[in-house]
Design a protein around this ligand. Structure first.
Ligand code: 3HC
Length: 725
């Protein structure tokens, strides 16, 4: 037997160790070897029971996701797993599953086929398959309700959230929690139960509910999935599969599960979500910043500016247990900022997300200050003052004076030139952009902006820190708007053009929400504050080319004091609870402004709204990619899903374009180019890929193999451990 699975004996108990690093995925060969080990232990008369345990950091993280892309209909991870699980359940001698780390997906399905499960108290178990656009496919939807009941099984399979071993123990999924040595605990547990009748999960029915209580559970779960996972097919399929468990025999239920599983596995949604799963791990890999790059300590930080962004960023650090100095210019502003933080925490406590004790501890970590006196003690500063170059440069000159050498000086600017900001200091190598997204304490994305001179240590530290802060860090180059906002410009420009050409504000937003976006582009503008972009546009007006069509709606609304939600008027009007409604005044104004500008009005379809807005993203994304301001197309996808509410099940704008077909996307962009002029000139990279019949995914692979973006400084070929594709 090879090393993937080892069998040893602790006197009368066989220990079967799964050893397939890094996460013991059930790759080809693993199920077969576990099955052989079960046979071996059953054939050994000196053995009374077996313990199955994971080697290394975890039990089993599930089926091998890398294999999914290679599968054709007919082949699936079920093929090898289902017989193994029946084989374990039918074993003549009891099998105890010993769980540490995670038992996820096929890992939990494996555990449920054991006669008993014991776990380290820190372990987690779950059926996260829906996050990959699939459902549990090895009997998970049939065995889980038999162990934890229908309500919890539906929740776990449809939402994909893991549960702690402690909760699992109260649910009946774990038979015993072990505080100390898991293997020793498992072996002694195995001796306790050896010789007694071993329960088979698939034969249990007592928790499968009744025909009177179950329909309400499934109805509520479908409603919740329709709202919380809008547009996703897998959660509904998972609910159907669990429902089958309550109506059919175990065998028939497994067949129903198989059908649903296969439909999901070969869907575009699943391909997109698997792309995102690997993409989230890929973005951490920077060609010339290998994982051995030394990182700097970040144990104490300061945030300059206590406005919405600054306050949110202070909360992010406090939530990760890092003490923060929060500075502002006067007592009143600081008091306001702290008040907002307090209110934010209080609402989380009210919603049951945090306890009061957690809120009190986090608030203790935030120290409001009016001076730079203690800044010499911090390892990192994040500047979050108003978006204006002169102000930012003045702050950085101050930071250069007061911070110790070695401290990281980061700016939360969303558009301004990091090198120009760094130029105000005597240490540009310590300067970097950390662009948080609003609300900073909620949004997962952190764009890390590499300046010309940002040091590799500073980059590596910020990438690592993003994980500690619960964020997903994506390294981007220093161009106007970086990656996310640079693409958002053309996207929102098209939304405004469509309105100027005759579409209604709500129609434009609704079409994009139906496409799957969390919010429409105009409602997003109102939420973020229309004045933010207005101020930036004023700063850059001198750079605008003359003779190019510019949208006028938003600037004119700002001139009328309509800044969005904060003034209760923007593209929409808002009541005191910030509930939006269409504003006829805006419609009248827009029609008048369009007539004054001589723009012909016409009927615009939802399909055109989506194509114009989404392909504007794709075209700009292709330019960014070719110019080297993003390392890979998948980096752009991760940015859009985590920072801009793009539907994950479409895989991000670049993956979506691949799915539609680059040829089709390119042709549509050419049509827009003809109709609307220069702003729609197709990106050369898009044209080349479309003409060659290639995809952005293929571009990524080739890019990784060859050279890296010229604007991500000092690009170098991948070294061992820095990039693995
Ligand atoms: N298959 C293949 N590779 C996997 C994997 C899996 N199930 N799970 C993780 N990996 C890989 C990652 O891609 C990563 O590779 P890299 O180092 O080359 O980038 C490496 O293992 C380490 O993973 P993480 O960086 O995510 O490590 P963490 O310690 O942060 O997290 C984890 C570990 C919580 C297990 C996390 O990796 C995870 O959630 N994995 C996916 C779990 C999952 O979705 N399981 C269901 C699979 S589908 C299934 O089982 C179908 C069945 O019902 C038939």
């Amino acid at each position: 037997m090879n090393d993937l699975v080892r069998i040893t004996a602790d006197n009368d108990v066989a220990v079967i160790t799964i050893d397939n690093p890094p996460v013991n995925a059930l790759s080809p060969g693993v199920p077969e070897r576990i099955s052989a080990a079960i046979d071996q232990m059953n054939g050994d008369s000196a053995i009374k029971a077996a313990v199955v345990i994971g080697g290394g950091r975890t039990f089993v993280a599930g089926a091998d996701i890398k294999e999914f892309g290679k599968m054709t209909s007919g082949a699936s991870p079920r093929r090898s797993l289902l017989p193994l699980l029946l084989h374990i359940e039918d074993s003549g001698k009891p099998v105890v599953m010993a769980i540490h780390g995670n038992a996820f997906g096929g890992g939990l399905e494996l555990a449920m086929a054991g006669h008993y499960r014991i776990a380290s108290s820190t372990a987690q178990v779950g059926q996260p398959e829906v996050k990959l656009g699939i459902i549990p496919g090895a009997g998970g939807t049939q065995r889980l309700p038999r162990l934890v009941g229908v309500l919890k099984a539906v929740e776990m399979c449809a939402e994909g959230k893991p549960v702690s071993a402690r909760e699992a123990a109260t649910l009946g999924l774990i038979d015993r929690l072990i505080e100390g040595d898991l293997l020793a605990g498992a072996v002694s547990f195995a001796r306790e139960i050896a010789g007694k009748p071993a329960p088979k999960t698939r034969e249990r029915t007592e928790k499968l509910g009744t025909a009177t209580e179950n329909p309400a559970i499934f109805g509520a779960a479908r409603d919740a999935a329709g709202k919380k996972q809008r547009g996703m097919k897998a959660p509904l399929a998972a609910i159907d599969a669990v429902e089958a468990a309550t109506r059919l025999s175990f065998e028939e239920g497994c067949q129903a599960e198989a059908k649903l599983f296969t439909e999901c596995l070969f869907s575009d949604q699943s391909k997109a979500l698997i792309h995102i799963f690997f993409g989230e791990r890929e973005v951490a890999k920077i060609p010339d910043v290998p994982k051995e790059t030394p990182v700097l300590p970040v144990n104490r930080v300061a945030v300059v500016g206590s406005g919405t962004m600054g306050g949110g960023i202070a909360m992010v650090f406090a939530n990760a247990g890092i003490p923060v100095l929060l500075k502002d210019v006067d007592e009143a502003t600081l008091e306001l900022g702290i008040g907002k933080i307090r209110k934010n925490y209080a609402s989380s406590v009210q919603r049951g997300r945090f306890t009061q004790a957690f809120m009190d501890e986090r608030l203790q970590l935030i120290t409001p200050v009016l001076t730079y006196d203690d800044f010499s003690t911090v390892d990192m500063v994040v500047e979050a003052v108003f978006e204006g170059m002169e102000l930012k440069r003045a702050v950085f000159a101050d930071l250069d004076r007061v911070c110790r050498r070695g401290a990281i000086l980061a700016s939360n600017t969303s558009t301004l030139n990091i090198d120009e900001i760094a130029g105000a200091t005597s240490r540009p190598e310590a300067v970097i952009g950390t662009h948080f997204f609003s609300p900073a304490n909620v949004m997962r994305l952190l764009e890390i902006v590499r300046g010309k001179k940002s040091s590799k240590e500073v980059i590596a530290t910020c990438m690592q820190l993003s994980k500690k802060l619960g964020k997903i860090g994506v390294l981007v180059g220093n161009c106007r708007g970086f990656v996310g906002n640079r693409m958002f410009g053309p996207y929102r420009r098209e939304a405004q053009f469509l309105i100027e050409e005759g579409a209604d504000v709500e129609r434009v937003d609704q079409a994009l929400v139906e496409f799957g976006n969390a919010m429409g582009p105009l409602a997003t503008g109102d939420l973020a504050g229309l004045d933010v972009g207005w101020r930036i546009r004023k700063e850059y007006r001198h750079l605008e080319k003359t003779g190019i069509r510019q949208p006028f709606g938003e600037d004119r609304l700002c001139e009328l004091g309509r800044y969005g939600q904060k003034t209760l008027k923007g593209w929409y009007r808002y009541d005191e609870n910030r509930r939006a409604s269409a504003d006829p005044e805006v419609t009248t104004l827009l029609r008048k402004w369009s007539a004054d500008a001589g723009i012909p009005q016409r009927q615009i379809s939802d399909a055109e709204i989506v194509d114009r807005c989404v392909y504007a993203l794709v075209n700009e994304g292709a330019r960014i990619l070719e110019e080297g301001y993003a390392l890979r197309a998948v980096d752009i996808d991760i940015i859009y899903i985590n920072g801009y509410g793009f539907p994950a099940y479409r895989g991000g704008p670049m993956w979506h374009a691949d799915t539609v077909g680059l040829q089709r996307v390119y042709e549509r962009i050419c049509e827009f180019h003809q109709q609307h002029g220069e702003l729609w000139a197709p990106a050369p990279l898009l044209q080349r890929l479309a003409e060659a019949g290639k995809t952005f995914a293929e571009f990524d692979k080739a890019q990784v193999m060859a050279a890296y973006g010229p604007n991500l400084q000092e690009a170098a070929p991948a070294t061992e451990g820095s990039l693995r594709i």
